[in-house]
Design a protein around this ligand. Structure first.
Ligand SMILES: Cc1cc2nc3c(=O)[nH]c(=O)nc-3n(C[C@H](O)[C@H](O)[C@H](O)COP(=O)(O)O)c2cc1C
Length: 174
């Protein structure tokens, strides 16, 4: 199996991260891979907000926890020190597909570098609210953006679990 196929097959979601910051060159390479995802008509509808600031990361975790309905003390980002938030321009009809492919690129690029990752949901609710809109405003992002997902990344604190078997009726050949 070539290296790319190995990465695609062995990537697993991490739910226990070390607090150590991701090395800058790794972070940049992962983000760059995200920006090279295919997009409908090449419109590049997504944007990526790379959060490395601990205070903001903790605020996002708290907001995400509230949206998810969990009790205080639970970290829905599982201790990950870096959050790559993918949003996409609602004006573009393929924006959700575009943003999802960026998420896939980020996770697989991370895996290729030995950096663990997980897709954390509820970005839509976060960025539909004033909480998210204020983050965009501070960054000077204009336009109507939908939150697609948070790609939480960092170094794994424990080995990845084996994948569950693929369902028998996943593929149909004709
Ligand atoms: C759209 C999407 C949303 C997800 N949201 C969450 C989430 O909020 N929290 C979480 O722990 N895992 C989340 N996951 C991770 C999935 O649970 C995980 O990908 C799935 O169980 C398969 O495991 P694997 O990634 O190790 O193959 C999400 C995955 C996707 C694709």
């Amino acid at each position: 199996m070539n290296e790319t196929l190995k990465v695609l097959e062995t990537r697993r979601s991490c739910r226990n991260f070390k607090p150590d910051m991701v090395k800058d060159e790794e972070l940049k390479a992962i983000i760059k891979a995200g920006t090279y995802a295919a997009t409908g008509m090449g419109k590049q509808s997504p944007i990526i907000i790379a959060v490395t600031d601990k205070a903001l990361r903790d605020e996002i975790s708290a907001e995400n926890r509230k949206i998810g309905g969990w009790d205080e003390g639970f970290d829905p980002l599982y201790g990950a020190p870096v959050i790559l938030i993918v949003l996409a321009d609602k004006e573009v009809p393929t924006h959700v597909y575009d943003g999802s492919l960026v998420m896939g690129n980020l996770m697989n690029a991370a895996e290729s570098l030995g950096v663990a990752s997980i897709w954390i949901h509820r970005a839509k609710e976060e960025f539909d609210s004033d909480f998210g809109k204020n983050i965009l405003k501070k960054l000077g992002v204009e336009g109507d953006y939908e939150g697609i997902g948070h790609c939480a990344i960092g170094y794994a604190a424990e080995p990845a679990k084996d994948p569950v078997p693929r369902k028998a009726d996943y593929v149909y050949y004709i």
